[in-house]
Design a protein around this ligand. Structure first.
Ligand SMILES: *[C@@H]1O[C@H](CO)[C@@H](O)[C@H](O)[C@H]1NC(C)=O
Ligand SMILES: *[C@@H]1O[C@H](CO)[C@@H](O)[C@H](O)[C@H]1NC(C)=O
Ligand SMILES: *[C@@H]1O[C@H](CO)[C@@H](O)[C@H](O)[C@H]1NC(C)=O
Length: 224
Protein backbone atom coordinates (compact mmCIF):
# COMPACT_ATOMS: atom_id res chain seq x y z
CA UNK A 1 0.00 0.00 0.00
CA UNK A 2 2.33 2.71 -1.14
CA UNK A 3 1.28 6.16 -2.00
CA UNK A 4 2.48 7.17 -5.38
CA UNK A 5 2.51 10.54 -6.95
CA UNK A 6 1.11 10.04 -10.40
CA UNK A 7 1.34 12.50 -13.21
CA UNK A 8 -1.42 14.94 -12.75
CA UNK A 9 -4.61 13.23 -13.68
CA UNK A 10 -6.87 15.55 -15.50
CA UNK A 11 -10.52 14.87 -15.54
CA UNK A 12 -12.81 16.63 -17.83
CA UNK A 13 -15.62 18.30 -16.03
CA UNK A 14 -18.63 19.77 -17.63
CA UNK A 15 -20.38 22.19 -15.39
CA UNK A 16 -24.06 22.33 -15.90
CA UNK A 17 -24.18 26.08 -15.66
CA UNK A 18 -21.83 26.33 -18.61
CA UNK A 19 -24.21 25.27 -21.26
CA UNK A 20 -23.39 24.37 -24.81
CA UNK A 21 -20.36 22.18 -24.78
CA UNK A 22 -18.07 24.47 -22.91
CA UNK A 23 -15.55 22.12 -21.38
CA UNK A 24 -13.33 22.97 -18.53
CA UNK A 25 -10.39 20.86 -17.49
CA UNK A 26 -10.15 20.68 -13.76
CA UNK A 27 -7.60 18.64 -11.86
CA UNK A 28 -9.54 16.38 -9.55
CA UNK A 29 -6.96 13.93 -8.32
CA UNK A 30 -3.35 14.69 -7.63
CA UNK A 31 -2.52 11.82 -5.41
CA UNK A 32 -3.74 8.32 -5.84
CA UNK A 33 -2.69 5.03 -4.47
CA UNK A 34 -1.46 2.18 -6.58
CA UNK A 35 -3.79 -0.74 -6.52
CA UNK A 36 -6.30 0.86 -4.22
CA UNK A 37 -9.14 0.70 -6.71
CA UNK A 38 -8.95 -2.97 -7.42
CA UNK A 39 -8.74 -4.37 -3.94
CA UNK A 40 -11.89 -4.42 -1.88
CA UNK A 41 -11.38 -4.15 1.83
CA UNK A 42 -8.11 -2.35 1.39
CA UNK A 43 -7.24 0.30 3.86
CA UNK A 44 -8.68 2.91 1.62
CA UNK A 45 -8.53 6.46 2.74
CA UNK A 46 -10.35 9.24 1.05
CA UNK A 47 -7.40 11.55 0.71
CA UNK A 48 -7.68 11.85 -3.09
CA UNK A 49 -11.18 13.12 -2.61
CA UNK A 50 -10.06 16.18 -0.80
CA UNK A 51 -9.09 17.83 -4.04
CA UNK A 52 -12.41 17.14 -5.67
CA UNK A 53 -14.26 20.23 -6.71
CA UNK A 54 -17.03 21.38 -4.49
CA UNK A 55 -20.61 20.53 -5.26
CA UNK A 56 -22.30 21.51 -8.46
CA UNK A 57 -20.51 19.20 -10.89
CA UNK A 58 -23.18 17.26 -12.71
CA UNK A 59 -21.26 15.68 -15.59
CA UNK A 60 -17.96 13.90 -15.38
CA UNK A 61 -16.04 12.24 -18.17
CA UNK A 62 -13.56 9.68 -17.00
CA UNK A 63 -12.75 7.97 -20.26
CA UNK A 64 -9.44 6.26 -20.95
CA UNK A 65 -8.13 6.42 -17.40
CA UNK A 66 -7.27 2.74 -16.97
CA UNK A 67 -9.71 2.71 -14.06
CA UNK A 68 -10.27 -0.70 -12.55
CA UNK A 69 -12.99 0.62 -10.26
CA UNK A 70 -15.07 3.71 -10.10
CA UNK A 71 -13.56 6.18 -7.66
CA UNK A 72 -15.51 6.09 -4.42
CA UNK A 73 -15.28 9.82 -3.95
CA UNK A 74 -17.11 11.24 -6.95
CA UNK A 75 -19.20 14.37 -6.42
CA UNK A 76 -22.61 13.48 -5.05
CA UNK A 77 -24.17 15.97 -7.40
CA UNK A 78 -23.25 13.90 -10.48
CA UNK A 79 -26.05 13.23 -12.93
CA UNK A 80 -24.00 11.91 -15.81
CA UNK A 81 -20.89 9.81 -15.56
CA UNK A 82 -18.98 8.48 -18.54
CA UNK A 83 -16.44 5.87 -17.56
CA UNK A 84 -16.11 4.33 -21.00
CA UNK A 85 -12.82 2.84 -22.21
CA UNK A 86 -11.56 1.73 -18.83
CA UNK A 87 -10.75 -1.57 -17.13
CA UNK A 88 -13.74 -2.10 -14.85
CA UNK A 89 -14.47 -5.79 -14.38
CA UNK A 90 -17.68 -5.68 -12.37
CA UNK A 91 -20.54 -3.32 -11.77
CA UNK A 92 -22.56 -3.44 -8.61
CA UNK A 93 -25.31 -1.06 -7.69
CA UNK A 94 -23.44 -0.73 -4.41
CA UNK A 95 -20.66 1.04 -6.31
CA UNK A 96 -23.15 3.78 -7.10
CA UNK A 97 -24.58 4.33 -3.66
CA UNK A 98 -22.68 7.60 -3.27
CA UNK A 99 -24.25 9.01 -6.41
CA UNK A 100 -27.90 9.48 -5.52
CA UNK A 101 -28.54 11.93 -8.36
CA UNK A 102 -27.06 9.80 -11.14
CA UNK A 103 -29.23 9.57 -14.24
CA UNK A 104 -26.89 8.44 -17.00
CA UNK A 105 -24.04 5.99 -16.62
CA UNK A 106 -21.92 5.03 -19.61
CA UNK A 107 -19.42 2.23 -19.20
CA UNK A 108 -18.98 1.35 -22.85
CA UNK A 109 -15.94 -0.78 -23.60
CA UNK A 110 -14.72 -1.86 -20.22
CA UNK A 111 -14.10 -5.46 -19.13
CA UNK A 112 -17.25 -5.91 -17.13
CA UNK A 113 -17.99 -9.60 -16.81
CA UNK A 114 -20.44 -9.42 -13.91
CA UNK A 115 -23.19 -7.09 -12.87
CA UNK A 116 -25.04 -7.17 -9.58
CA UNK A 117 -28.51 -5.69 -9.60
CA UNK A 118 -28.74 -5.33 -5.88
CA UNK A 119 -31.11 -2.69 -4.53
CA UNK A 120 -29.61 0.62 -3.54
CA UNK A 121 -28.75 1.98 -6.97
CA UNK A 122 -29.59 5.56 -7.85
CA UNK A 123 -33.36 6.00 -7.97
CA UNK A 124 -33.23 8.25 -11.00
CA UNK A 125 -30.84 6.28 -13.21
CA UNK A 126 -32.55 6.18 -16.60
CA UNK A 127 -29.75 5.23 -18.99
CA UNK A 128 -27.16 2.53 -18.52
CA UNK A 129 -24.73 1.78 -21.33
CA UNK A 130 -22.77 -1.43 -20.82
CA UNK A 131 -22.02 -2.00 -24.49
CA UNK A 132 -18.87 -3.82 -25.57
CA UNK A 133 -18.11 -5.44 -22.28
CA UNK A 134 -17.60 -9.11 -21.38
CA UNK A 135 -20.97 -10.07 -20.01
CA UNK A 136 -21.68 -13.69 -20.87
CA UNK A 137 -24.60 -13.93 -18.47
CA UNK A 138 -26.92 -11.61 -16.64
CA UNK A 139 -27.90 -12.24 -13.04
CA UNK A 140 -31.45 -12.99 -11.94
CA UNK A 141 -33.31 -9.84 -11.27
CA UNK A 142 -36.19 -9.46 -8.84
CA UNK A 143 -38.07 -6.60 -7.33
CA UNK A 144 -37.70 -3.11 -8.63
CA UNK A 145 -33.97 -2.48 -8.64
CA UNK A 146 -33.68 0.44 -11.02
CA UNK A 147 -37.21 1.70 -11.10
CA UNK A 148 -36.46 4.55 -13.51
CA UNK A 149 -34.25 2.70 -15.99
CA UNK A 150 -35.52 3.37 -19.48
CA UNK A 151 -32.51 2.59 -21.67
CA UNK A 152 -30.27 -0.44 -21.22
CA UNK A 153 -27.56 -1.00 -23.81
CA UNK A 154 -25.93 -4.40 -23.74
CA UNK A 155 -24.80 -4.45 -27.36
CA UNK A 156 -21.53 -6.18 -28.13
CA UNK A 157 -21.44 -8.44 -25.08
CA UNK A 158 -20.88 -12.21 -25.42
CA UNK A 159 -24.35 -12.96 -24.03
CA UNK A 160 -25.47 -16.33 -25.30
CA UNK A 161 -28.71 -16.83 -23.43
CA UNK A 162 -31.31 -15.00 -21.41
CA UNK A 163 -32.98 -16.47 -18.36
CA UNK A 164 -36.67 -15.93 -17.63
CA UNK A 165 -37.47 -12.46 -16.34
CA UNK A 166 -33.95 -11.19 -16.94
CA UNK A 167 -35.25 -7.63 -17.12
CA UNK A 168 -38.10 -7.86 -14.62
CA UNK A 169 -36.43 -5.52 -12.14
CA UNK A 170 -36.60 -2.60 -14.59
CA UNK A 171 -40.29 -1.73 -14.60
CA UNK A 172 -39.81 1.35 -16.78
CA UNK A 173 -37.58 -0.20 -19.46
CA UNK A 174 -38.31 1.23 -22.91
CA UNK A 175 -35.23 0.60 -24.98
CA UNK A 176 -33.23 -2.62 -24.75
CA UNK A 177 -30.27 -3.03 -27.05
CA UNK A 178 -28.95 -6.57 -27.41
CA UNK A 179 -27.41 -5.96 -30.81
CA UNK A 180 -24.25 -7.86 -31.72
CA UNK A 181 -24.48 -10.14 -28.70
CA UNK A 182 -23.91 -13.88 -29.02
CA UNK A 183 -27.58 -14.68 -28.45
CA UNK A 184 -28.49 -17.77 -30.39
CA UNK A 185 -25.01 -19.14 -30.67
CA UNK A 186 -24.82 -22.55 -29.09
CA UNK A 187 -27.88 -22.97 -26.91
CA UNK A 188 -31.01 -23.89 -28.81
CA UNK A 189 -33.44 -21.90 -26.74
CA UNK A 190 -31.19 -18.94 -26.23
CA UNK A 191 -34.02 -16.75 -25.10
CA UNK A 192 -36.21 -18.34 -22.47
CA UNK A 193 -39.92 -17.94 -23.13
CA UNK A 194 -40.26 -15.48 -20.31
CA UNK A 195 -36.99 -13.63 -20.88
CA UNK A 196 -38.83 -10.42 -21.57
CA UNK A 197 -41.49 -10.89 -18.93
CA UNK A 198 -42.10 -8.94 -15.78
CA UNK A 199 -42.15 -10.31 -12.27
CA UNK A 200 -45.58 -11.89 -12.66
CA UNK A 201 -44.85 -13.25 -16.10
CA UNK A 202 -46.65 -10.39 -17.82
CA UNK A 203 -45.00 -8.79 -20.87
CA UNK A 204 -42.78 -5.80 -20.18
CA UNK A 205 -45.45 -3.24 -20.88
CA UNK A 206 -43.13 -0.28 -21.32
CA UNK A 207 -40.71 -1.86 -23.82
CA UNK A 208 -40.72 0.00 -27.12
CA UNK A 209 -37.43 -0.84 -28.79
CA UNK A 210 -35.72 -4.21 -28.70
CA UNK A 211 -32.64 -4.43 -30.89
CA UNK A 212 -31.59 -8.01 -31.64
CA UNK A 213 -29.72 -7.15 -34.82
CA UNK A 214 -26.42 -8.81 -35.46
CA UNK A 215 -27.11 -11.76 -33.17
CA UNK A 216 -27.18 -15.44 -34.09
CA UNK A 217 -30.93 -15.65 -33.68
CA UNK A 218 -33.04 -16.71 -36.59
CA UNK A 219 -34.47 -13.75 -38.34
CA UNK A 220 -37.81 -12.86 -36.84
CA UNK A 221 -37.38 -14.75 -33.61
CA UNK A 222 -37.67 -12.34 -30.78
CA UNK A 223 -39.24 -14.08 -27.84
CA UNK A 224 -41.55 -11.16 -27.27
C1 LIG B 1 -4.47 1.46 7.67
O1 LIG B 1 -4.45 2.80 8.08
C2 LIG B 1 -4.13 2.99 9.44
C3 LIG B 1 -4.27 4.46 9.77
O2 LIG B 1 -3.57 5.23 8.85
C4 LIG B 1 -2.73 2.45 9.69
O3 LIG B 1 -2.38 2.61 11.06
C5 LIG B 1 -2.67 0.99 9.32
O4 LIG B 1 -1.36 0.50 9.46
C6 LIG B 1 -3.14 0.79 7.89
N1 LIG B 1 -3.23 -0.62 7.59
C7 LIG B 1 -2.80 -1.13 6.45
C8 LIG B 1 -3.01 -2.58 6.25
O5 LIG B 1 -2.29 -0.44 5.57
C1 LIG C 1 -10.84 7.18 -25.47
O1 LIG C 1 -10.24 6.23 -26.33
C2 LIG C 1 -11.06 5.86 -27.41
C3 LIG C 1 -10.38 4.75 -28.17
O2 LIG C 1 -9.04 5.02 -28.37
C4 LIG C 1 -11.36 7.08 -28.29
O3 LIG C 1 -12.22 6.73 -29.33
C5 LIG C 1 -12.02 8.14 -27.41
O4 LIG C 1 -12.22 9.31 -28.16
C6 LIG C 1 -11.17 8.45 -26.20
N1 LIG C 1 -11.88 9.39 -25.34
C7 LIG C 1 -11.29 10.44 -24.77
C8 LIG C 1 -12.16 11.32 -23.96
O5 LIG C 1 -10.10 10.65 -24.90
C1 LIG D 1 -27.76 -0.68 -30.52
O1 LIG D 1 -26.38 -0.57 -30.29
C2 LIG D 1 -25.61 -0.61 -31.48
C3 LIG D 1 -24.16 -0.62 -31.08
O2 LIG D 1 -23.89 0.41 -30.21
C4 LIG D 1 -25.99 0.57 -32.35
O3 LIG D 1 -25.25 0.54 -33.55
C5 LIG D 1 -27.47 0.51 -32.65
O4 LIG D 1 -27.85 1.65 -33.38
C6 LIG D 1 -28.28 0.46 -31.38
N1 LIG D 1 -29.70 0.24 -31.69
C7 LIG D 1 -30.65 1.12 -31.42
C8 LIG D 1 -32.03 0.74 -31.77
O5 LIG D 1 -30.40 2.21 -30.90
Amino acid sequence: MRWTLLPLLLLTVLRRSQAKRVQERVPLFRLTRQGSWESDGSNATDSPCEVLPATGVTTLILENRSLERLPSCLPRSLRRLDGSHNLLSTLSMRDLRHLPQLQVLRLHRNRIAAVHWSPGGPEGLHTLDLSDNQLATLPPCAGSVLSSLRVLVLAGNPLQALQPRTFACFPALQHLNLSATALGRGAQNAIADAAFAGAEGEPLATLEVLDLSGTYLERGESGC
